[in-house]
Design a protein around this ligand. Structure first.
Ligand code: ZN
Length: 148
């Protein structure tokens, strides 16, 4: 077995060195809530947070003005965010599988992407890397864990 890489995350080829995805519980709740409110339209948001070594912490959900819309999500221009943008989140009124357009978007707009499918519960959330690989394991962290 090769020793763990100590290189920092640079591009999609290095995705496989990501060890963990951590996402705040209140972000999961917000995504679920906004998706339900937007149904049957899709909503789009940006994920921001930080990378620490091989872990990714999703700490903020940003809904750009005009970002709640119907079809054509993938053509939405991702603008420069004041935060450290990690990737995108959007809803599907169906199953949370990325479309071809989604894959295109993923590959050019960050390193981690969430799709939430109907009926927008936790179990309908899927996380993908920027090459469209599903990241099956992620950790939800509660508010109390923030203080240390
Ligand atoms: Zn989509």
């Amino acid at each position: 077995m090769a020793p763990p890489s100590t290189k920092t995350f640079i591009n999609k080829k290095e995705y496989n060195i990501i060890m963990g995805i951590f996402i705040k519980k209140n972000i999961i709740k917000s995504i679920s809530h906004i998706a339900q409110q937007s149904h049957p339209k899709e909503f789009i948001g940006l994920l921001s947070g930080k990378k620490e070594k091989q872990d990714i912490f999703i700490e903020k959900l940003i809904i750009p003005s005009g970002g709640i819309s119907g079809k054509g999500f993938a053509s939405y221009p991702i603008y420069r965010s004041p935060y450290n943008t990690l990737g995108t989140v959007h809803s599907h009124p169906s199953i949370p599988l990325p479309s071809k357009a989604d894959l295109n978007l993923f590959s050019t707009n960050g390193i981690v992407h969430i799709i939430i499918g109907f009926p927008y519960l936790l179990k309908n959330i899927k996380i993908y890397s920027n090459d469209g690989t599903e990241i099956k394991e992620f950790t939800i962290i509660g508010e109390k864990n923030e203080r240390s």
